[in-house]
Design a protein around this ligand. Structure first.
Ligand SMILES: C[S@@+](CC[C@H](N)C(=O)[O-])C[C@H]1O[C@@H](n2cnc3c(N)ncnc32)[C@H](O)[C@@H]1O
Length: 243
């Protein structure tokens, strides 16, 4: 199978939106890991006075993690899938949280404009056609010194990580997703991770995109060696970044 991209991917998520929350609820650590990644942004004062952008917010799991860690921040959450966004927007949110439908490739057209103090993207980057172009957009949306947090399935590179990922997908996720009519999306999930950057390669990609203080941090549980948090900053001055 080929990977799903753009409109085909959004349509697959539209359909999967019905069961997405139930599936992630039985994934041990899913919500706690998102909160851990949100904390790793290291933003001060519960986010008071800060603007935060959640890219690929889905049904709002990553948005909820940001709102829990940064209850005072103004959070803009964006997704390309109408179905996922409808689920997200139907939940209860603090007043500072808003939702916008847009592909991350066309944020300006949807009125999403910086500067943001932080951009967070959970399980987004391996889904986009051109991750470097999206990173360039994100860099431009961040204030000087602004923080990027990426939470992503990025294999550490050991043979056992690939084996565990394949076992989880083929043995647990795909049989359930297939019965729900979402087989294509969850086959995409397996392949998109196998074909995407390793964690080290993604950290290098962030540096090449002009981010500094790039750190790659592990997560516990079955996700060890499979899911990582990446934190990085936009340089304060263009000279600092050599651009
Ligand atoms: C696996 S879900 C993750 C959702 C949420 N961040 C979470 O942590 O549960 C990935 C989300 O990214 C969205 N997405 C994928 N490609 C996108 C793009 N190019 N522009 C905007 N959203 C995109 C999908 O619609 C989907 O809702």
């Amino acid at each position: 199978m080929t990977l799903l991209r753009d409109e085909r991917l959004a349509a697959a998520f539209d359909h999967a939106a019905r069961s997405y929350d139930a599936l992630v609820a039985v994934n041990p650590g899913y919500h706690a890991h998102l909160r851990r990644s949100a904390r790793r942004l290291g933003l001060p004062g519960e986010g008071r006075g800060l603007r935060v952008l959640d890219l690929g917010c889905g049904t709002g799991a990553s948005t909820a993690a940001l709102a829990a860690v940064l209850p005072e921040a103004r959070i803009t959450a964006v997704d390309a899938s109408a179905g996922m966004l409808e689920k997200a927007a139907g939940k209860r949110w603090p007043p500072g949280v808003t939702f916008t439908r847009a592909p991350v490739e066309r944020l300006a057209d949807a009125g999403v404009r910086g500067p943001y103090d932080a951009v967070f993207a959970a399980y987004l980057f391996r889904n986009v056609t051109d991750p470097d172009a999206v990173l360039a957009t994100v860099r431009g949306l961040l204030a000087p010194g602004g923080r990027l947090g990426v939470h992503e399935y990025t294999l550490a590179g050991r043979r056992t990580d690939r084996a565990v990922w394949t076992l989880v997908c083929r043995g647990v996720v795909q049989p359930v997703a297939g019965a729900l009519g979402d087989g294509a999306l969850y086959r995409h999930l397996w392949r998109s991770v196998m074909e995407f950057d390793t964690a080290g390669r993604f950290a290098d990609r962030l540096r090449t995109a002009g981010f500094e203080h790039v750190r790659r941090l592990p997560l516990p549980g079955w996700q060890t060696g499979i899911t990582h948090t990446f934190v990085a900053r936009r340089p304060r001055t263009e000279r600092e970044s050599g651009r």
